[in-house]
Design a protein around this ligand. Structure first.
Ligand code: F3S
Length: 108
């Protein structure tokens, strides 16, 4: 099992998750983060750190849906280990569901 970042992260990027990860398995794209499923040791400490509730296990429907995208983009995007400011409208977008179409938008 592994943990997966899902669409709730899109346009938010609170990044509090990265500070607690003991194996630095988060990678940063323009408007969301992903986890490298092969690096994740499944400790689960990041789950409670995300204000958007974006991190789930891969044995859930949502986790399965986002597993491939996490795997693919963790090979491309840079590693992130330190918290930074969330995207400007994070609190607004945290309330929005069905954000997949925003995945292709630039950050901000
Ligand atoms: Fe995203 Fe939540 Fe981390 S919004 S950057 S998964 S704290």
């Amino acid at each position: 099992m592994t943990h997966i970042v899902t669409e709730a992260c899109i346009s938010c990027k609170y990044t509090s998750c990265v500070e607690v990860c003991p194996v630095a398995c988060f990678f940063e794209g323009p408007n969301m983060l992903v986890i490298d499923p092969d690096m994740c040791i499944d400790c689960g400490v990041c789950v409670g750190e995300c204000p958007a509730g974006a991190i789930v296990t891969d044995d859930t429907e949502e986790g399965q849906k986002w597993l491939g995208l996490n795997r693919e983009f963790s090979k491309i995007w840079p590693n992130i280990q330190f918290q930074k400011n969330p995207l400007p409208k994070a609190d607004e977008y945290a309330k929005e569901s069905d954000k997949y179409s925003r995945f292709f938008e630039a950050g901000g």
